[in-house]
Design a protein around this ligand. Sequence first.
Ligand code: ZN
Length: 81
Amino acid sequence: MIVCQVSDVTVVQQIKATHNEQPTFFVYDKYPGGIGLSEKVYDLWEDLLTRTLEHVAGCACESGCPSCIGTQDTFEQAKKK
Ligand SMILES: [Zn+2]
């Protein structure tokens, strides 16, 4: 468990990152030098992905909604079965 505010961590996603040409998430603390939050995310990554998949799959919507995938509108049909 990580106790923080949403504003404490930034997540940037790239469909094709320049360094590995793979879909990539960059997670980093918003504080200079970091305060260890993103490091904890790394440690909990598999559990986080499992819980995220369960949350999105369990949502009653068909293609992704603010409740399951957030408010981004760049990923139409983001939730595919
Ligand atoms: Zn949804």
